[in-house]
Design a protein around this ligand. Structure first.
Ligand code: NAP
Length: 258
């Protein structure tokens, strides 16, 4: 009997797959037999992850992309088709932020952050959905938002707004493409200890301790704790789940006194 949680053979595109959470997603999918295409701007990160995945026996290709450019997103999807013959899963994991109060935020700063986090998800999803519809195969799109998209963020305004947009886009795309068998879901991570997030979100040990203590579980998340729910959402085990928001944040519940 086929394992309903399997992603074996599912061709998976992971944006931002050269670092942090995306690197973990790419490695966990490849380790379970999914051919993976990783894509982002910095080729040196992509090359390292590709080589590590291949060394571990997985299938991985890479392609440079700036997700703010719709044509580059089309090319990314075309590259997956060229390398692996089809696409089954897109994971919109790319993201970026700046920490600035509103009065110091320039129009360019706002546009850059919204362009990466929101436009990028729209462009990549559109390119992938076109391919999935042409294949008549259905498929799965997983958007990585943030708890900042749920609660807002007083220091990362454009990031919070764009990530909220990603949650909304998830529901709209789920409705638009459900009849084509394309499921679209969203994961909103809480604090996950990555090199990308650390300097912006917990710049010193005191803040880091405070952030950890704000979680019901009293700690930061690990990258694979986002990759594992992605595996589930991409698999047949999640075949009736679409338009969903899964918050993976260690619990936003008040902690009992110790
Ligand atoms: P990260 O290592 O900085 O990952 C972000 C990735 O996005 C990088 O690999 C980066 O690659 C890619 N990227 C940025 N701009 C891009 C662009 N214009 N085009 C293509 N790729 C681009 O940080 P992370 O913590 O792993 O974050 C991964 C995702 O989780 C992000 O969406 C982030 O918002 C979300 N998230 C993280 C946390 C956390 O606590 N860590 C919490 C909530 C949500 P290049 O620089 O090579 O382009």
């Amino acid at each position: 009997m086929k394992n309903p949680f399997s992603v074996e053979g599912k061709v998976t595109i992971v944006t931002g797959g050269g670092t942090g959470i995306g690197e973990s997603i790419a490695k966990e999918f490849a380790a379970r037999g999914a051919p993976v295409l990783i894509a982002s701007r910095k080729v040196e990160n992509l090359e390292r992850v590709r080589d590590e995945i291949r060394h571990a026996g997985g299938k991985c290709e890479m392609t440079p992309v700036d997700v703010r450019d719709a044509e580059q997103c089309d090319k990314m999807v075309a590259e997956a088709v060229k390398q692996f013959g089809r696409v089954d899963v897109l994971i919109n994991n790319h993201g970026a932020s700046i920490t600035t109060p509103t009065l110091n935020l320039s129009p360019n700063g706002w546009r850059a952050v919204v362009g990466i986090n929101l436009d990028g998800v729209f462009f990549c999803s559109k390119s992938a959905a076109r391919q999935l519809i042409e294949q008549k195969s259905g498929g799965s799109i997983i958007n990585i938002s943030s708890t900042a998209g749920v609660h807002g963020s007083p220091t990362m305004l454009p990031y919070g707004a764009a990530k909220a947009g990603v949650i909304n886009l998830t529901v709209s795309h789920a409705g638009e493409w459900g009849s084509k068998g394309i499921r679209v879901n969203c994961i909103a991570p809480g604090p996950i200890d990555t090199e990308g997030a650390a300097p912006r979100v917990w710049p010193n040990p005191k803040v880091k301790e405070m952030v950890a203590r704000s979680r019901a579980l009293g700690r930061f998340g690990r990258v694979e704790e986002i990759a594992f729910p992605c595996l589930f959402l991409a698999s047949e085990a999640a075949s009736y789940i679409t338009g969903a928001l899964l918050i993976v944040d260690g619990g936003d519940a008040p902690r009992a006194a110790e």
